[in-house]
Ligand binder design. Structure first.
Ligand SMILES: Cc1cc2nc3c(=O)[nH]c(=O)nc-3n(C[C@H](O)[C@H](O)[C@H](O)COP(=O)(O)O)c2cc1C
Length: 180
């Protein structure tokens, strides 16, 4: 969802509201570095890809050169990258290896994940941080919905919400008028 037309449609289906991730990420108030937000705006409707290559889980991301490289990388490169990121994650989180291994073991024994998936998943916070906090689009994941291809501005949240509410009210009024 990104506009008032979508909000009106959702309400017509009986929804109480809508969730917007990418739309709020691309606002003037967003904490994501501005050059990263501008980069998002340059992507079209075919600019995202759902891949498991970054951290072992399906994730919709902007189709950057970094993601293209991940999609092609062999097992050795993946292993080296994963070990490096896992060490960084350990440093950032301040957690001892003992805790990380204990948490990983709980996930594996819970039956949700294999060890390979647990280790790969430790990449996620580091990859998101590199892209969305540090602004390194060549080494980070840029999560995105497909709506990115329809967005071309960075309004404030206030402007955005006012605009969406006004559009939705207008649409719903038209529906009412047509029914009468
Ligand atoms: C910054 C960001 C982080 C996200 N993180 C996750 C995540 O950790 N797990 C997940 O399943 N989806 C994640 N998503 C995907 C969203 O939940 C959502 O499916 C997607 O963005 C489509 O909705 P939207 O068009 O409103 O953004 C993320 C999206 C964004 C923009």
């Amino acid at each position: 969802f990104f506009d008032g037309r979508g909000l009106a449609a959702a309400m017509a289906y009986g929804a109480a509201g809508i969730g917007m991730g990418t739309r709020f990420l691309l606002t003037a108030d967003s904490a994501v570095p501005e050059d990263v937000r501008r980069r998002y705006l340059s992507f079209g409707l075919d600019g995202t890809v759902v891949t498991t290559k970054a951290d072992g889980m399906p994730h919709r991301l902007l189709r950057t050169e970094f993601i293209d490289t991940l999609e092609k990388e062999g097992i050795t490169a993946k292993l080296l990258r994963t070990l490096k990121r896992t060490r960084q994650f350990k440093e950032m989180s301040g957690l001892p290896w003992r805790t990380l291994i204990k948490d990983g073991r709980a996930m594996v024994h819970g039956g949700d994940r294999t060890w390979a998936e647990v280790v790969l998943a430790a990449n996620t916070p580091m990859l998101l941080r590199a892209g969305l906090v540090e602004g390194d689009t060549n080494a980070g994941m840029l999560s995105s919905g497909q709506v990115v291809g329809l967005l071309d501005d960075l309004p404030t949240c206030e402007e955005l919400v006012d605009r969406i509410v006004a559009q939705a009210a207008d649409r719903l009024k038209h529906l009412d008028a047509n029914r009468a």
